[in-house]
Design a protein around this ligand. Sequence first.
Ligand code: ZN
Length: 230
Amino acid sequence: MPKTFYWRGVLVPFITPWSAEAAPSPPVVVRHGIGGTGLGYPDEDPRADRWNDALWARLPATRGVGVPNFAGIHALRQRQAMRRELCQVCGGPTFGTLPDERTLYLLGARDSDPIREGETTQAPPVHADCARLAIRECPHLRRGWAAALVQYAPAWGVAGIPYDPKTLTALPGPAGAPDGLVEVPYTDEARMRWVLAAREIVRLHGVQAVTDLAALSEACTTTHWRPSVH
Ligand SMILES: [Zn+2]
């Protein structure tokens, strides 16, 4: 069963990176592949390093080792959570935990404006119980959050580090962008070739705002497991 991690009494979400995971991604090279030229690794493993043609950052996955970096997001656990509909707080599966097979999303850092139909997000799903726990314990959510039940959330693109095709140096992201990352849709194949992906982005469809998470928890099916605390 997935564990809810705590560090010195503070909740550490599944997608939070730890200090032992802080190694830089290895240098990239120019790769001439199917469909064009773009970034690659000299020893690239297409099954591990590429998803939907995007090249992903490589980093260790040693959850729970060292000190958590609450300001960061672990690229590979974030992607895993998006792809498998895992809870961003505890890492457990969210599919089937709500009565009508919808999925709950919780977005922070907003001034009580609701989640919009068709909005894109880098935040993976969350359990109703874990959403309540996170709102209680995570400072950035105490400052404002919005939640919604979502019918489906197809992959939209990635957020990543843009590279100069001529010099292969990392370029700054757009001003004000979270973590300095540029967002690129999967439909933009030309730009996707020169971005090192660090977040999966999905688009939210069939959105219904949720303001009463306690009532939603009560409505969860009896087969819904509750996170164990360690
Ligand atoms: Zn959870």
